[in-house]
Design a protein around this ligand. Structure first.
Ligand SMILES: Cc1cc2nc3c(=O)[nH]c(=O)nc-3n(C[C@H](O)[C@H](O)[C@H](O)COP(=O)(O)OP(=O)(O)OC[C@H]3O[C@@H](n4cnc5c(N)ncnc54)[C@H](O)[C@@H]3O)c2cc1C
Length: 730
């Protein structure tokens, strides 16, 4: 009989996908003794080299600005972007492995299946871990368990309540749900790679492969870009089966389908694949859906569509609701029904702990959401920030000896504040950390930039539909907005412009006009004055909307200053009935403000938020001034501190997955200086070649009346850009 090795931890995380990795790193970093148990030899779950799904999230591949996830997932993706120029999945596996190995409080158990929880009085006391490679059997004790394994075997075996399948439409009033409930889910997928070998190469399909004789057999399933394996996410099967109990059968079917699709691409019509050879075929199906464990709250379609602001928000989502027909590849319908969201809905803490197992939390796709809401929460960067929230909560539970539910009842604000301190973003929540000395300081800087919208159009967009442009104002009075319009008619045309307010910069939902003006557009290209003359609230976003007008078009540029957003009347979904609204899109409709806006002042670094939301929340130095540029915090009385948290700008509008290199906006070389009571500036930190958004500097405790960040250079930008400065005596 094998000896069982007892291991005692404070937090045990089961499952090493991105949710589990971020949960384990968060918990360990904060000081909880943590184990991460992963049944595969690599970390990353669906994003690993074994499955090869691209990491996506709220920014929807860069379509939505101000949305990319920060915190641990940003660190991991930044490291990958820097050292993995071809986005090789094996290098990504090891970026994750290294990040776990670096944490002194974290023990990683690869090739270890977590199972067989022992439950007493509603608490999991231990679970069994069986390591395939060493034949060792562990008994992992912990105070808090986080099941981040997707399928949730530990949670299921512990008796945690869960749901599986699709809710009926009436249960939560979800329009995208089927009329009647059923047991169907989204299906699994096997990915593959084709490689261009530079000469014609044949592919012989085995007789067991499915046959897709014409493109008609693959309706709506784009396959011309065969060289990108990601294109084949629609090779989906198993949604009408049980993605756990029937997993082996589903895998076998998927292999037959994959061979059939390759046969189609290579041998059934011209797909430009003559010189492409099979390079790799996955053997582990990627899973989208199985059990969803029930928490004290179940997140629904209506919550996410209405951008509900939960008081216990711990994360956010933003990818469109994206649900697939359970029949997968055998469905004649579109392979994905998509409904775009109008912003970043929050995810409440009550969705990530078990309703009936007292010390059990969830992270990743298995949290407490409906089938429809899973359509937006299942993205891997979203799973990662949920994971970081779970790990952070687990640490707090251990610290105070409480259950996750008690944490919700008594200390939810503390959890939210700790998440912000770790550079996580929670919409609507600001830094209120009493220990942060920066919040008590006065801030000044060497210079500050003005909002300078682009002046040269790359094209003109016809006012054949409503078009809109938002901007953050810094002054109390808005006299006028000038818009660059082209009237292709020989006589003047009239246009109607509305001025409205947003709750965040990319928010075009308001139907309430602050003022409406009508004016004439002369023939040709003209800066047309929209004379509003209204009082506004500084540091808030406003937007103008131009009604359709025949023969008139609005100048448009791809440049987009931070603190602005373009939008146009567009459809939000791809199924009946179509829903239309002003949808955010990249670029800028050309405008000028009178008076100019200066929304990037030094005080933004203590605004309490480290990304644009209502305000820009960033200090940007004047790009026409030379480096060094500085920003300075001063206190009325000298204060003692030894730690400074800096948050720079690594361009949250650019997806990090697939983007290689260091963001030019990032501060590169910089120093921290303190002014002690003798009033001499003294250097406490000097950094060269920074490539990270978040830096924490610890130094010998000082008593000082001022702190200065001196930016010596950036990675390309002409301005110093700093989102947040926090100062602590830790
Ligand atoms: C084909 C496909 C395309 C997709 N497209 C995208 C996309 O473009 N972008 C995007 O962001 N998301 C995409 N998704 C969704 C996304 O990949 C999943 O929702 C996400 O991976 C879920 O994350 P997770 O951490 O919960 O689970 P996983 O990524 O599945 O990680 C869970 C890990 O736990 C391990 N595990 C399971 N059971 C145990 C156990 N008992 N003990 C120990 N370890 C265990 C698993 O092996 C796995 O490594 C796609 C999914 C599929 C299948």
């Amino acid at each position: 009989m094998r000896k069982i090795i007892t291991q005692k931890y404070e937090v045990v995380v089961v499952g090493g996908g991105l949710a589990g990795v971020c949960a384990a790193i968060a918990s360990a970093r904060l000081g909880a003794k943590t184990a991460l148990i992963q049944d595969r030899p690599v970390l990353g779950g669906n994003s690993s080299s074994e499955i090869r799904v691209p990491v996506g999230g709220a920014c929807h591949g860069g379509e939505y600005r101000y949305s990319r996830e920060t915190g641990i997932i940003d660190e991991l993706l930044t490291e990958n972007a820097k050292r993995n120029p071809t986005n090789c999945r094996s290098l990504w596996d090891h970026v994750l492995w290294e990040a776990c190995k670096r944490e002194p409080n974290l023990d990683l158990y690869l090739n270890t299946v977590g199972k067989s929880p022992h439950v007493e009085n509603g608490f999991i006391k231990w679970i069994i871990g069986e390591q395939i490679t060493t034949e060792k059997v562990f008994r992992f004790h912990a105070l808090i368990f986080i099941d981040a394994s997707g399928d949730g075997r530990v949670a299921y075996e512990a008796g945690a309540e869960y749901r599986k399948g699709r809710e009926g439409r009436s249960e939560f009033g979800e329009s995208m749900a089927p009329e009647k409930p059923d047991s169907y889910t989204m299906g699994n997928t096997i990915t593959f790679l084709l490689k261009n070998v530079g000469k014609p190469v044949r592919f012989e399909a085995p007789d067991w492969a499915y046959k897709f004789l014409s493109d008609n057999d693959l309706p709506y399933r784009a396959h011309a870009h065969f060289y990108r394996n990601e294109t084949f996410w629609w090779i989906e099967y198993g949604g009408v089966k049980d993605t756990i109990a029937d997993a082996e059968e589903i895998r076998d079917e998927l292999i037959k389908i994959v061979y059939g699709v390759i046969d189609h691409i290579k041998n059934r019509g011209d797909h430009g694949a003559e010189t492409y050879a099979v390079d790799w075929i996955g053997v582990i199906p990627g899973k989208r859906e199985s059990r969803r464990f029930t928490g004290d709250y179940v997140l629904t379609q209506n919550d996410v569509v209405s951008l509900r602001q939960f008081s216990d928000a711990i994360a956010y989502t933003g990818w469109p609701i994206d649900i697939h027909p359970p029949e997968g590849i055998w469905s004649r319908e579109k392979p994905a029904l998509m409904l775009h969201l109008m912003g970043r809905p929050t995810i409440p803490f009550r969705c990530i702990y078990s309703k009936n197992i007292k010390n059990l939390m969830f992270a990743g796709r298995n949290i407490s959401v409906t089938h429809v809401a899973l359509g937006t929460t299942r993205l891997m960067a979203t799973c990662a920030i949920i994971g970081q929230a779970a790990g952070t909560a687990a640490y707090l539970c251990v610290k105070y000896g409480i259950t996750p539910r008690e944490l919700y009842q008594k200390r939810i604000k503390e959890l939210q504040q700790l998440l912000l301190k770790q550079d996580c973003y929670i919409p609507g929540i600001k830094n209120e950390d009493e220990k942060d000395l920066a919040l008590k300081a006065k801030v000044k800087a060497s210079s500050q930039a003005t909002l300078e919208p682009p002046e040269k159009p790359t094209k003109y967009e016809p006012l054949d539909r409503v078009r809109a442009q938002s901007f953050v104002v810094s002054e109390e009075l808005l006299e006028a907005v000038y818009v660059l319009l082209r009237n292709s008619d020989s006589s003047p045309k009239s246009i109607v412009a509305h001025l409205r307010k947003g709750e965040f910069i990319d928010d075009f939902r308001s139907k309430e006009d602050i003022k409406v003006v009508e004016t004439e557009v002369p023939p040709g290209e003209n800066w047309v004055e929209l004379f509003f003359e209204v009082e506004l609230e500084p540091n808030n976003p406003y937007w103008i909307m131009l009604e359709p007008s025949e023969s008139v078009s609005w100048a448009f540029s791809r440049e987009e200053p931070l603190g602005t957003q373009a939008g146009a009347w567009n459809r939000l979904n791809n199924f009946d009935p179509l829903v239309y609204a002003i949808k955010r899109h990249r670029g800028t409709y050309l405008f000028k403000l009178k008076p100019e806006s200066k929304p990037y002042g030094p005080e933004q670094v203590i605004s309490g938020q480290a990304r644009p939301e209502r305000a820009t929340n960033i200090w940007i130095s004047d790009p026409s001034e030379k480096f060094p540029q500085w920003i300075e915090l001063t206190w009325n009385q000298p204060v003692e501190f030894n730690t400074v948290y800096l948050t720079f700008d690594n361009n949250l509008d650019r997806p990090l997955w697939g983007y290689y290199g260091v963001a030019p906006e990032l501060v590169k070389d910089y120093r921290l200086l303190v002014k002690k009571e003798n009033r001499e500036w003294e250097e406490v930190t000097y950094v060269k070649n920074n490539y990270k958004r978040r830096r924490i500097h610890r130094f010998k405790r000082v008593r000082a009346e001022a702190l200065r960040l001196e930016v010596l250079s950036t990675n390309g930008d002409r301005s110093a850009r700093v989102y947040e400065i926090r100062v602590y005596n830790e």
